[in-house]
Design a protein around this ligand. Structure first.
Ligand code: MG
Length: 389
């Protein structure tokens, strides 16, 4: 007996202005191009100058609505097109009580053509989050309860990034966050103009012992280079080292993991259990960082349970978005067992919180997991003033 039936799938590209680009002020040689993107010299990656996102709205026959969001920060029309042209029409009539089966069916549509990552799986993620949310709204159950039960009432947040121009300002900002009750801070090596080791030493001096410090190495190094640098950071008590080698370099990841005394944190760019599995098997990481905007709920839970089987911690990544996939990430994370922290992108989360309804929040070192049915948030009407494309 079906619960309901999906009758409509809609997508919205949103572009929300921000005062300062992600990762801090523009550096020498960096500029915003005519399409609104900038390339960070430190990690050679492209970012939008605004907060770009793609929202997915799924409506059921009963009138119930579920909301999803996916990673649409660059070329968002790619994911919009995949959902509008392929995924949406295929799921019309499907029962929102079957989220995992629907996800598997959609994954299969393009599998033999080699579309098992990238924009295709990002598109699946947005649809998947919306279907899980819809199921929660119809059954009046929270997403955490639907995926196994809410183990954690709140989640510790680590402060991600210190978007200031100078090392002194970054140290001051770290101290400010610690003063607000946060116990962990991550810095971005791509912005460490004075050197990574000097930045780590200065931060440790500033925040004192007992605070977890992490570094994001932004895929910049060969394995031997990464081992050398991370070993130099270890005397300052490094909690984890993120993304030292290029994303495809499984051998390099395994070599670094074996060559240092600090857990490696990897995974923000991988989307499915198939991408994680070989890295678990090679013992590449002590921490995984699945990003809900890339994985969706179904893959996130599969990846998180796989981490559990390999005795690896999950510290989810949380990047640019208006807060819908963030809410889904908090719910899914709250259902997992080994979750020391969830990333807190303060420069995005705080600014965009006004664009969703609900009680999601991050204060004094902890996230509040949104209450209510589904993932607990709904885009505020004001978001639709920022729809583009
Ligand atoms: Mg990162």
């Amino acid at each position: 007996m079906p619960l309901d039936a999906i009758t409509k799938v809609e997508t919205f590209i949103v572009s929300i202005p921000r005062d300062m680009p992600y990762l801090g002020p523009l550096r020498e040689g960096e500029r915003i191009n005519e399409r609104g993107y900038l390339i960070r010299k430190g990690n050679r990656s492209i970012y939008p100058a605004t907060d770009m996102s793609v929202l997915v709205k799924i409506t059921a026959e009963s009138g119930a609505v579920g909301w999803g969001e996916t990673y649409g920060i660059v070329a968002p029309n790619a994911v919009k097109s995949i959902i509008d042209d392929v995924l949406g029409p295929v799921i019309i009539g499907r029962d929102p009580g079957d989220p995992v089966v629907i996800h598997e069916d959609l994954y299969d549509l393009m599998r033999v053509r080699g579309f098992f990552g990238g924009y295709y799986v990002d598109s699946l993620a947005g649809v998947d989050i919306a279907i899980w949310d819809l199921l929660g709204r119809i059954t009046n159950r929270s997403l955490a309860s639907l995926v196994g039960g809410q183990r954690h009432a709140s989640l510790p947040a680590y402060v991600s990034g210190l978007p200031k121009a100078t090392l002194q300002e970054r140290c001051d900002l770290a101290v400010e966050w610690v003063g607000k009750g946060y116990k962990a801070v991550k810095f971005a090596a791509a912005m460490s103009d004075d050197g990574i080791v000097k930045e780590m030493a200065a931060l440790r001096e500033a925040v004192g012992p007992g605070i977890h410090l992490m570094v994001d190495l932004h895929w910049k190094f060969t394995a031997p280079e990464a081992i050398r640098i991370i070993r130099k950071l270890e005397p300052y008590d490094l909690y984890f080292a993120e993304a030292p080698c290029e994303p495809e370099d499984i051998d390099g990841q395994a070599a670094v993991a074996a060559g240092i005394g600090t857990p490696l944190a990897l995974g923000e760019e991988w989307r499915t259990v198939f991408e994680y599995r070989p890295r678990f098997q090679r013992q590449c990481m002590g921490v995984i960082q699945p990003e809900m905007g890339h994985t969706g709920v179904t893959e996130f839970m599969g990846i998180g349970r796989m981490a559990h089987a390999f005795h690896v911690d999950t510290i989810p990544h949380a990047s640019i978005g208006i807060g819908v996939f963030m809410a889904a990430s908090l719910h899914a994370t709250a259902a997992l067992k080994r979750v020391p922290y969830h990333e807190y992108q303060h420069s995005i989360f705080d600014k965009n919180l006004r664009y969703v309804t609900g009680d999601m929040d991050c204060k004094a070192g902890f996230y509040t997991i949104p209450s209510g049915a589904g993932h607990g948030v709904v885009p505020h009407d004001s978001v639709f003033n920022h729809v583009v494309g």
